[in-house]
Design a protein around this ligand. Sequence first.
Ligand SMILES: C[S@@+](CC[C@H](N)C(=O)[O-])C[C@H]1O[C@@H](n2cnc3c(N)ncnc32)[C@H](O)[C@@H]1O
Length: 207
Amino acid sequence: MVYPIKVIGVGPGHEDYLTPAARKAAEQADCLVGGRRALRLFAHLGKETYLIDGNLSWLVEKLVQLWEDNRKVAVLVTGDPGFYSLSAYLKKHFPAEQLEFIPGISSVQVAFARIKRSWQDVRFVSVHGRPLEELREVVHPGQTVVILTDNNHTPRIVAEYLRGKVEGDPRVFICDSLTEPEETVVETRLSRVDQELTNSVMVIAYE
Ligand SMILES: C[S@@+](CC[C@H](N)C(=O)[O-])C[C@H]1O[C@@H](n2cnc3c(N)ncnc32)[C@H](O)[C@@H]1O
């Protein structure tokens, strides 16, 4: 049987938020490919590992080589693979039947649990490695917006960009390093955001 490349959602960080299915898939793999935090979750397994540190030029070639050598490969992604992850990139390079996706708990699910709100009507946008311009179209009264920020586009930079461009002074929740020991959840207003946090889900709500 041909073993697919498994793309495993490992959750937002802490092992308590790793599903049993994700854990099992990682245990069954011969080699794990992923970011530093994701790999750390499985360090105790002593598997062969390949670190993704931002540069992806080597990734497809390495995955093809491992797959052709009949190695069981798992690519670890944070949160859920279907939400702003490496999955889209992998789908461009591999046929669907060569990939299997294992869902994970998204940082957004945890953020909404922490702020005790529902998330069925929200809009999602990411400025993680992407331009800020598209925020302008989506942040408006009546719409709750989730923004994935990063260490360049921090909540402070995002708020600075939005001030004066959007109506009023909406409520803002900043949920940083969720499930990690340094987890921080802040509720404030757009006019007052000055947080320089680097791994955050930012929620902008008008009501
Ligand atoms: C490339 S996206 C991956 C999203 C992921 N697939 C998910 O479902 O959460 C990375 C962004 O997700 C958010 N994120 C991931 N883990 C987080 C955490 N533990 N706490 C807060 N935000 C997190 C941050 O906005 C980060 O810049």
